[in-house]
Design a protein around this ligand. Sequence first.
Ligand SMILES: [Zn+2]
Length: 114
Amino acid sequence: MLGKCPYCNDGNVTVAKKTVLGKQTKVYSCSNTRFYTEDGECFESVGSCSYRIWGNSLAKYGKRAIGEREVKALLSSGSFTAVLHSKNGVAYRKTVVAHYEYGITVLFNEEVAS
Ligand SMILES: [Zn+2]
């Protein structure tokens, strides 16, 4: 268990591995979230909670995997700082917070001292 679900009061967030389109990825999800697979894609069903963070959520920003330590920080303090990369390769630090629909979201408008 990594921490309490930020969206429902009784779920615990745990880590599991799922295969999505032939690729294995970690998913951090609330114990009240249920998954189903359709055409090789994995979806979360609408249960009592559907909070989950896909381990590859930040891949498009050059961060290939989100680690357990980062998820723990997110659940205990509400955010974690990630080093992301823009399309032209510039590294920048951003604050990542929980988001019910996307699992996490990056605060792009906020300046963080590096
Ligand atoms: Zn939950």
